[in-house]
Design a protein around this ligand. Structure first.
Ligand code: NAD
Ligand code: LMR
Length: 331
């Protein structure tokens, strides 16, 4: 990717929305692909947001980012997907205060059914996709289902924000820099049923459980804080998280494509191969390691009975969500 200084083409759908507006400059600054990698941004919006997208383009010009070698701004999915190397699927409708995630499902899964053929037909065969729009795991599942020729390993969803939320909470509690915390795991769905698992994580040279020394907190308040953080941000901002989501998209893609930066593992929503008893084909968040631009699920972790139950609960929700999504699809 981007060999010999060639620019990498990065698609951002929903580019005039909150996350898109935060993400585009991060990519153009090198936070996604590194400080030496030129980029061309492909920005997709729907016609009602076309004028807002023009404004984003004006600002990208005005910021004069040294790495930004071009912008393709369009409302045509085929044009947007043409020859892209990386695709960040953010376009959709966000959850508002008082809405359940399931309320946004019907609108969003149909968007992912319709964009699937565009990405399959027009992107580079090596494209790497990350779905952010909610329900993220299930939208990624729909994308995969309707882009059957694409490599299953090229379609992922974002649970890195939840992973980073775990790191942030633990670092704050231990009063250490975020970089000291490693090996946390988000299992399952990007929803309140996710299982934020600290059992394999470390703070410096100690395990997280040793460093915090408060299992009641780790098994209770810590978990609910992470699981409900998205809703807490919506309640506080009256808008869903954007700067942390955009930053986490950069982390997800950079660790996948460029390298792990010394991390033990990262949480990624990926197509299950049956590991840990999770239904094959479902998009489930697992601990992953990435090498040479390929992710693989970390195998052989010891799973205690409590963890097994929590992993199963979020697995069950994803199976139900998949069935609901399929029933929401328009012919
Ligand atoms: P937003 O409403 O600010 O922006 C979404 C943009 O998508 C809008 O500009 C809209 O015009 C555009 N859009 C709608 N349909 C489209 C289509 N068919 N093609 C292209 N663009 C389209 O929303 P936001 O706050 O940026 O959030 C975007 C999505 O990300 C939401 O679904 C939100 O719930 C989700 N989200 C996920 C995570 C995560 O960790 N996975 C975190 C935060 C938000
Ligand atoms: C988040 O985790 O911040 C979002 O997914 C919340 C939401 O439902 O939009």
């Amino acid at each position: 990717m981007g060999k010999g200084g060639e620019p990498v083409r990065v698609l951002v759908t929903g580019a005039a929305g909150q996350i898109g507006y935060a993400l585009a400059p991060m990519i153009a600054r090198g936070l996604m692909l590194g400080p030496d990698q030129p980029v061309i941004l492909h920005l997709l919006e729907i016609p009602p947001a076309a004028t807002a997208l023009e404004g984003v383009c004006m600002e990208l010009t005005d910021a004069a980012f040294p790495l930004l070698q071009g912008v393709v701004a369009t409302t045509d999915p085929a044009v947007a997907c043409k020859d892209v190397d990386i695709a960040c699927f953010i376009g959709g409708f966000p959850r508002k205060a008082g809405m359940e995630r399931k309320d946004v499902m019907s609108k969003n899964v149909n968007i992912y059914k319709s964009i699937a053929s565009g990405i399959e037909a027009h992107a580079k065969p090596t494209v790497k996709c990350v779905v952010v729009a909610n329900p993220a795991n299930t939208n990624a599942y729909i994308l995969k289902k309707y882009a059957p020729k694409m490599d299953k390993k090229s379609i992922t969803c974002l649970t890195r924000l939840d992973h980073n939320r775990m790191v942030g909470q633990i670092a704050e509690r231990c009063k250490v820099p975020n970089a000291k915390v490693d090996g946390v795991i988000v299992w399952g769905n990007h929803s309140s049923t996710q299982y934020p698992d600290v059992n394999h994580g470390t703070v410096g040279s100690k395990t997280i459980r040793e460093a915090i020394n408060d299992d009641a907190y780790l098994n209770g308040e810590f978990m609910t804080t992470v699981q409900k953080r998205g809703a807490a941000i919506i309640a506080a901002r009256k808008l869903s998280s954007a700067l942390s989501a955009a930053s986490s998209v950069c982390d997800h893609v950079r660790n996948w494509v460029v390298g792990m930066e010394g991390r033990k593992y990262v949480s990624m929503g990926v197509v299950s191969d049956g590991s840990y008893g999770i239904t094959e084909g479902l998009v489930y968040s697992f601990p992953c390691v990435c090498k040479g631009g390929e992710w693989s699920i970390v195998q052989g972790l010891e799973i205690d009975p409590r963890s097994k139950d929590l992993m199963e609960a979020t697995h069950k929700e994803l199976l139900e969500e998949k069935d609901l999504a399929l029933s929401c699809l328009e012919e």
